[in-house]
Design a protein around this ligand. Sequence first.
Ligand code: ATP
Ligand code: BTN
Length: 321
Amino acid sequence: MSELNKKGNALLQLLADGQFHSGEKIGELLGVSRTSVSNYIKGLQEIGLDIYKVPGRGYQSANPIELLDEKLIQRLSNHKNVKVEQILDSTNQWLLDKIPNLKNGQTCIAEYQLAGKGRRGRKWISPFASHLYFSYYWRFESGIEKLSGLSLLVGIATVNALEKTGIQGVSLKWPNDLYYQGKKLAGILIELNAQANEACHTVIGIGINVRMPPEQAKLIDQPWIDLSSLSEEKIDRNILSANIISELQTLLPEYEKNGLKAHLPRWFELDCFLNHPVNVLLAESNKAGICRGIDEHGALLLECDGNIETFIGGEVSLRLA
Ligand code: ATP
Ligand code: BTN
């Protein structure tokens, strides 16, 4: 399904309240047969919506659905450059395809990604209206020099935004993950378009698990968590998006000027592996040591036999020993 059609959309709006709606009533409202209703329901289930049928009562969405609202996010963040799309391949790709015609701060958020990207060609599971799929464009005038610490700064900005939204206790795993009690909550993917001696275009992608539908959870091959299981509060993706935009708008210009140095204390406060035995997974081998945080370029500091070795992000992964 490349786009929700009008009837699919009307059905979505109807089920958004989390109440039961009979097939007959839905058919009447959409002006279609009951068989067509069941096909529209299948279409919504295929894109990740958790919809049940109970004989005698009708269809119900397992949870009330709160859709993204472009105008609301613009108003809450006081930021006009926000585009909300229903279905895209990837919010990162949507922005990458528009370089170099973008203004700093252009934001793209989608309800669903057909081809959500993780690091190193991995797939990011992106069910409809369940999580946050957020991308933000920034042009670094000084070229690629500052970029080694960027995913760490974005991690800090995202934790700040979560805290403002009422979510406490989230930590960071070098170089690009947000963790909660040892489980992955969110990931950051930064993609670049850079030429030597020129400004560097960056697309900052952030995926945050908000409410994982059980069927989609089966596709994830490591411990994960979502916001709805770590907070009693209802999570409003519009407020969370606006808070992330505000954090990035504040932190990025300052980072571009001064780098990561001023943020080191915050990283050390949030680093979930600090002073723990870890393994650094390299392309050909593993390196064991104690995690000693990061330096001002965002490189990982690993203590091995009393010496400190440094590693930069890119193709390296970190695991608890
Ligand atoms: P690294 O330390 O290299 O970053 P990683 O396993 O976290 O390791 P990533 O590419 O950063 O790898 O993230 C992708 C992984 O994140 C997936 O393989 C999956 O295990 C996990 N994950 C958690 N939530 C999701 C989600 N919504 N969609 C896809 N993967 C998810
Ligand atoms: C990771 O941990 O591997 C990074 C995951 C990044 C996922 C986000 S969702 C929004 C943006 N668009 C994408 O295709 N990927 C990022």
